[in-house]
Design a protein around this ligand. Structure first.
Ligand code: ADP
Ligand code: MG
Length: 483
């Protein structure tokens, strides 16, 4: 039996995908030459004033609604004051006591008992989501530090969870779910390597069964989702070892070093009052109308987990396929468009998309924008097979041709002469020939060994070069065998 329970709360910063920065018209893209995406407002030159980016507010309302938060009808801006070169104004515009979104939860899926079996779902409680501006990026060298203000002023949401997770596996599932939902609604690309999503982890331990919270340690510099998990696991072990040795855990911030797999103390805890928060006098409070909030809520598409439940139950798709096509917006859009053209065989459409299409896309460098195959083409391909105009073997060839040329399957089938010939009389004659040529499986079949028919089917496939529909062959073979 474990003696201790870990308690984890995550603070996740996510850059919003807006055209311009939070309080000025300059854009932000990752990877530009340093200090080129800056203007007077970003650099806080004297006399400049912030002007609010409405799109960032609207996106944050959408995000809050996705996670079931209460959206504030009135919200405001606060200055978080600190002196450090990453903030040109010496303060960051943030939200302190009136965040845009409060409460809510993130649904997570824990790893299932096997890859193809759905895992348990649970809800992790959120404390708040507020909007702020990002700061610049410092790079430290041995004897100097460089600053890049490109990122400064980019809209940033901070998603603060309650201390409601208890293992690194839950933290992992939580980050995956955040990433999936935020990408799905186009709020952010959430690329941790590009700093679009950053996570600080708060970790404490307590005796199993206790209902109080232990002293927390905040971990910083967790640069990847696996980094977050390793950092948390290491911290839980470190704290247990300390308590077991009779030591007290001090509230502090520690820096995770992924290479050395260890953390070092950065500073003892700073308090909110250290930041001398106060309402920003340059910006008006925001009052949000019911109509505006309703408009944003109406924009939210069916979300991945709800979609997955629907596909599992209504369409009877296998779990592994649903977890591919429901979790990414372009994929599920593609699937649904194909379905709307040909609703009869969702399983086959899903298979072509999740297996063949994704395989080809990952082999090459094709993106959704460059894709030559359209959803109606997949629908047409599946229908050609279902209507027994195209054999499953030839369909693979048609698919590849369709993928590279963007021609319609019907056209390819015509050009390559791949249409299956279903001349029942001729096929019946061939069946008779096969039955005469292979007495052994025929005798076995007649003696009750039904599987023996497969040998005859194989011979028929050979004779017809795979161009005749298997079920017609089977039907005719049975007729001949029983006559
Ligand atoms: P602070 O005032 O230090 O910023 P907050 O109460 O605002 O602390 O919480 C910051 C983050 O730390 C939240 O994500 C919260 O869930 C988490 N947290 C708070 N207390 C604990 C604790 N005892 N153990 C683990 N996480 C905690
Ligand atoms: Mg706090």
């Amino acid at each position: 039996m474990e003696k201790y329970e870990a308690v984890i709360g995550l603070e996740v910063h996510v850059q919003l995908k807006t055209n311009t920065k939070m309080f000025t018209r300059i854009p932000y893209h990752y990877g530009e030459a340093p200090n080129t995406l800056v203007d007077e407002v970003v650099l806080a030159l004297p006399g400049t004033l912030p002007v609010l980016n409405k799109a960032a507010i609207l996106k944050t309302i959408e995000v809050g609604s996705v996670f079931g938060c209460k959206i504030a009808r009135k919200t405001k801006w606060d200055r978080k004051n600190y002196f450090y070169p990453d903030a040109p104004k010496n303060y960051q515009i943030s939200q302190y006591d009136q965040p845009l979104c409060a409460g809510g939860f993130v649904e997570i899926e824990l790893e299932g008992p096997a890859r193809n079996i759905q895992g348990k779902h649970r809800k992790v409680a959120l404390n708040r989501i507020h909007l702020e501006e990002d700061v610049g990026k410092l790079t430290h060298f041995t004897d100097e530090s460089w600053i890049d203000y490109n990122r400064a002023g980019t809209p940033l949401i901070e998603i603060v969870s309650e201390p409601d997770m208890h293992s690194s596996a839950e933290a992992f599932a939580y980050l995956k779910s955040l990433e999936m939902h935020l990408k799905f609604i186009g709020a952010s690309d959430c690329d941790m390597e590009k700093g679009q999503m950053r996570c600080d982890a708060n970790v404490s331990i307590r005796p199993v069964g206790a209902n109080y919270l232990g002293t927390k340690v905040e971990l910083k510099n967790l640069n990847s989702i696996s980094g977050v998990c390793n950092g948390i696991e290491h911290e839980i072990k470190r704290q247990i070892a300390m308590v077991e040795a009779g030591e007290r855990i001090e509230q502090e911030t520690r820096r995770w070093d992924a290479e050395k797999n260890e953390s070092t103390s950065m500073r003892s805890k700073e308090d909110a009052h250290d930041y001398r928060y106060f309402t920003d006098p340059d910006l008006c409070p925001i009052v949000l109308s019911e109509e505006l909030i309703a408009e944003q809520v109406a924009k939210i598409p069916e979300l991945p987990f709800a979609k997955q439940e629907r596909y599992l139950h209504d369409l009877q798709l296998p779990y592994t396929i649903t977890s591919v096509i429901c979790f990414e917006k372009p994929l599920s859009d593609f699937f649904e468009k194909a379905m709307s053209v040909y609703p009869k065989n969702p399983q086959a459409i899903a298979n072509w998309i999740a297996n063949d299409l994704l395989r080809e896309m990952s082999n090459g460098t094709s993106s959704w924008e460059q894709l030559k195959i359209t959803p109606p083409m997949i629908a047409e391909l599946v229908q050609l097979i279902d209507d027994q105009i195209l054999s499953k073997q030839s369909a693979k060839e048609v698919f590849l041709e369709m993928y590279t040329s963007g021609q319609s399957p019907k056209q390819i089938v015509k050009d390559k002469g791949l249409e299956m010939k279903v001349d029942r009389d001729a096929l019946r004659k061939l069946c008779e020939e096969v039955v005469a040529e292979f007495p052994k499986p025929v005798a076995e079949f007649r003696a009750g060994k039904e599987k023996a028919i497969n040998v005859l089917k194989g011979q028929m496939m050979k004779k017809t070069q795979g161009k005749a529909p298997v079920d017609v062959i089977e039907q005719l073979l049975l007729e001949v065998l029983k006559s």
